[in-house]
Design a protein around this ligand. Structure first.
Ligand code: PMV
Length: 366
């Protein structure tokens, strides 16, 4: 039987950013990173195998109801990732006997030519610094694996070579930050020169229940950003600050991991703000400078500090590759923060999100 599988996979917000890839490696970050998996900002993806007939010449993909093609900007990453997932099944046929059990990919159904039908949409604005590729590519990885194995059961997926660790590593190859969305709670991706083995280690440091942290996203623009994070990952090497950043990151990771361990919001917030400014300083000082924050983002970052001083608000900013400002805080600060944001000129929308439990997988039909 060929069923449709439905995955809801969250975005994540990096507390220590992945910024820059090692050249000549497949999607290996220049540094280790750490994120909080979100709950409300999700990609909702359905996937089934295309079996038989003329319809199987290529994948069929719709994003938010719009058909996308292999050579379109939106389609490129997705089609490539689906090709990679399908190739695992082909590889299994050739290599199953020589692969270690944990590496053994799935045997796909007979007669399947390697094409998927995928329909996906996001519950939040796409390509606006809310890590839509993290949600989208993690969802796609799980959905394609489920369709190939023919199960919505995580245990069965793992038995067929798709453990969470492996799914995370596959998602990471699709889009770096997507690997971290495979787990709930607080997640680390060990990368950089010291971690150049074949698969990269991505794992949960603490589950969602460790600390009910919130990420309130001040949406300043719903427009798609002009420069992609892929371009930025390349450019950062030309900044004179990049090597300094890499040298300082082990200390930053220690500080942030310790603040998370002790649930110390002030220590966490200060380190997270400094890390975000550090990351953006690198791209802003590249030979081809890239400035993701807008004038409004800078104004909001400054205002947040003033609110902290004047009203005692305990909330701290971070920004990914976009202009929208993520504000990290504990749940008791939500109303006070909402009041400030509602009066702040330029805030188009406010998304109230919080730490989440990671992807969910179900069978859509029976
Ligand atoms: O996964 P990518 O290639 O979209 O890069 C993500 C980069 C940042 O979001 C800026 C930082 C991160 O670690 O998520």
């Amino acid at each position: 039987m060929n069923f449709t599988y439905r995955v809801a996979s969250p975005s994540n917000i990096a507390l220590v950013k992945y910024w820059g890839k090692l050249p000549e490696h497949q999607q290996v970050a220049a540094n280790s990173s750490l994120s909080m998996t979100l709950s409300g900002c999700q990609a909702l993806t359905e996937c089934r195998l295309l079996l038989g007939g003329a319809a199987t010449s290529d994948h069929q993909v719709t994003l938010a109801g719009q058909q996308v093609s292999r050579d379109s900007k939106a389609g490129l990453k997705i089609f490539r990732h689906l090709d990679r997932m399908a190739a695992l099944a082909g590889k299994e046929r050739a290599e199953a006997r020589s692969l270690a059990p944990t590496d053994r990919p799935v045997a796909a159904p007979r007669g399947w030519q390697g094409c998927f039908h995928v329909a996906s949409h996001n519950t939040f604005p796409t390509s606006a610094g809310i890590a839509s590729s993290a949600a989208g590519l993690s969802a796609l990885t799980v959905a394609a694996a489920a369709a190939m194995v023919g199960t919505a059961d995580w245990q069965q997926l793992a038995e067929q070579g798709f453990s969470k660790a492996r799914l995370a590593d596959l998602a990471r190859i699709g889009s770096g930050s997507a690997g971290r969305s495979m787990f709930g709670g607080f997640v680390k991706w060990w990368s950089g020169e010291a971690h150049l083995d074949q698969g990269q280690k991505i794992d949960q440091l603490w589950p969602q229940s460790h600390w009910q942290l919130c990420d309130t996203i001040a949406v300043l623009s719903n427009k798609e950003k002009a420069v992609s994070s892929t371009d930025a990952h390349r450019e950062v090497w030309t900044s004179p600050l990049f090597k300094l950043r890499l040298a300082s990151l082990p200390q930053t990771l220690n500080t942030i991991e310790s603040a998370l361990a002790h649930r110390d919001i002030a220590a966490l917030g200060e380190a997270v703000e400094q890390e975000a400014v550090n990351m953006h300083s690198v791209s802003m000082t590249a030979e081809r400078p890239i400035t993701f924050p807008s004038a409004q983002s800078f104004a909001l970052m400054a205002a947040l500090k003033t609110w902290r001083l004047k009203t005692g608000l305990r909330a701290y900013f971070t920004l990914d590759a976009g202009e929208n400002v993520h504000i990290i805080h504990e749940a008791d600060q939500r109303d006070a923060l909402r009041q400030q944001l509602e009066q702040f000129a330029g805030v188009e929308d406010i998304l109230f999100d919080q730490v989440g439990s990671g992807p969910s997988l179900t069978q859509a039909d029976s």
